[in-house]
Design a protein around this ligand. Structure first.
Ligand SMILES: [Mn+2]
Length: 334
């Protein structure tokens, strides 16, 4: 169902001050959508602040060259974040994803709005503009800007293109539809230079990151007659290779490139000892259902959950769930 943007247009035209928020550990869809929406609201003469529960990761700083994104905490108090007319949440609608900004949303008297494309959803007491068929929230913001006859331009268009490009693995995941490509093509017509953006996003790797990938990829294991691939990262791997947990991003997609593999996951040991699971799958298999069994969520083809440690225990419980989905190989029809 395409979104009816009329109510959002009305909310915007009848208010002046806006706060935009996204999820913890923001990705390029979170940051890009926020920057794209902020530029749009500013074009309409609105006062806009972006206040997030986590800092912008270094590799995405280029999307916010003026460092306008604020983080809730000592510098931006709960009271200050509540002091707005409208609070817009983009790229999530789950309390658990909002970190300390969740407290702002509980307390604020502002009108609340959600713009999102995720399946999992809580009642945030917001007016929702949600389309789970959109590849990225960046697609929705682009479409909204076009609805208002204010097509994105310059850095704003680049931020929205980055949002879509990263949520689709540079337009290669199955969520890349005709709509995704045509929205991207329009953003190019507004001035985005995909080659320069690709270099910013994917060709600024570090030696540490490559070394970490070598360690983790060496551990890839396949199970259930080659239908599942998985690997893991321990805290020690990061210190050994001088890399960071964020450097594990995309390894799970590499696991999915093995022929015959239908689902893949990576387990990453967190600083507090918990285990973060990132799951991916091919069409026809939903990893969202697996993640939900551990209190996580996401999309059919990409989801995540936080499991208690230790690593062996987390691995065992995940394999147990996959066992019920992938029957033992001897039971497969010959
Ligand atoms: Mn997204």
């Amino acid at each position: 169902m395409p979104i009816d943007w009329q109510p959002l247009q009305e909310i915007i035209s009848s208010h002046q001050r806006f706060v935009i928020t996204s999820h913890v550990r923001p990705d390029a869809d979170a940051i890009g959508s926020e920057m794209g929406l902020k530029a749009l609201l500013e074009q309409l003469g609105k006062e806009v602040r972006i206040i997030n529960p986590s800092a912008t990761p270094d590799h995405l700083q280029f999307l916010d060259p003026d460092k306008s994104i604020q983080k809730i905490g000592p510098a931006v108090s709960l009271e200050s974040a509540c002091d707005t007319d409208v609070h817009i949440v983009v790229d999530t609608s789950a309390w658990i994803q909002l970190g300390d900004v969740g407290k702002v949303l509980e307390k604020t008297n502002a009108k609340k709005v959600v713009i999102d494309h995720h399946l999992s959803s809580d009642d945030l007491g917001a007016t929702e503009f949600k389309d789970t068929t959109a590849a990225a929230t960046g697609t929705l913001i682009t479409e909204f800007a076009e609805f208002l006859d204010l097509p994105p331009a310059g850095d704003q268009a680049t931020a929205l293109f980055a949002a879509m490009a990263t949520d689709t693995g540079w337009f290669r995941f199955p969520n890349s539809t005709e709509r995704t490509y045509s929205t991207a093509a329009r953003l190019i017509s507004y001035g985005v230079q995909p080659n320069a953006l690709y270099r910013e996003l994917y060709e600024r790797s570090s030696l540490a990151r490559l070394k970490l990938h070598a360690v983790i990829l060496d551990r890839v294991t396949v199970e259930f007659a080659g239908r599942l691939a998985y690997t893991f990262a321990m805290r020690k791997d990061f210190s050994d290779t001088r890399s960071q947990p964020a450097d594990t991003e995309d390894i799970v997609n590499t696991c999915l490139t093995i022929e015959g593999v239908e689902a893949a996951f990576i387990l990453v040991q967190q600083m507090d000892g918990r285990i973060k699971a990132s799951l991916r799958s091919r069409e026809g298999f939903s990893v969202a259902a697996v993640a939900e069994q551990f209190g996580g969520g996401g999309h059919r083809l990409a989801s995540g959950a936080m499991l208690p440690g230790p690593m062996e225990q987390a691995l065992e419980s995940l394999l147990e769930v996959f066992k019920t989905t992938f029957p033992p190989s001897e039971d497969l029809p010959q």
